[in-house]
Design a protein around this ligand. Structure first.
Ligand code: MN
Length: 138
């Protein structure tokens, strides 16, 4: 048993991988036989990942706010607390906050044999992002 106290600094998501301000707290790091990598990712309004894929897929579980997610070739979907999304291995996709809301999700995946968790592509342009459906509200 190993307790990691609440002592690890929050880190900013790098601009190569994200648009807008994103903050990441580490939940689980691959160690020994475990390939599990998990993070609590906090997106400010309008912030999102770039397009990317995961070698073994990824599950995200929304804990706060209102978010958006899209796979290549599909519509932008609105995601809310309690929603869970699985992205298939190699499926090109992005996820992030709605334009006017924060969004936090827990992201969980298994890294590959080399410890890689993702392959990154183009940023989601403002034009692409603007095609998101309305999230409703005032
Ligand atoms: Mn992803």
């Amino acid at each position: 048993m190993q307790i990691t106290r609440n002592s690890i600094n929050t880190t900013a998501g790098p601009s190569e991988w994200f648009s807008g301000a994103v903050y990441v707290d580490t939940v689980a790091t691959p160690t020994g036989a475990s390939r599990l990598s998990a993070s609590s990712v906090h997106f400010t309004p309008g912030a999102r990942t770039a397009w990317h894929t995961h070698p073994n897929g990824q599950t995200i579980f929304v804990t706060e706010g209102v978010g958006l997610a899209q796979r290549s070739g599909g519509p932008i979907e609105v995601i809310r607390p309690g929603d869970r999304v699985f992205f298939e291995p190699g499926e090109n996709h992005w996820h992030g906050a709605a334009p006017t809301r924060f969004m936090t999700h827990i992201a969980m995946l298994d890294v590959d044999d080399n410890g890689n968790n993702a392959t990154w592509g183009d940023h989601v342009s403002d034009v692409e992002y603007a095609t998101a459906p309305s999230i409703g509200g005032a």
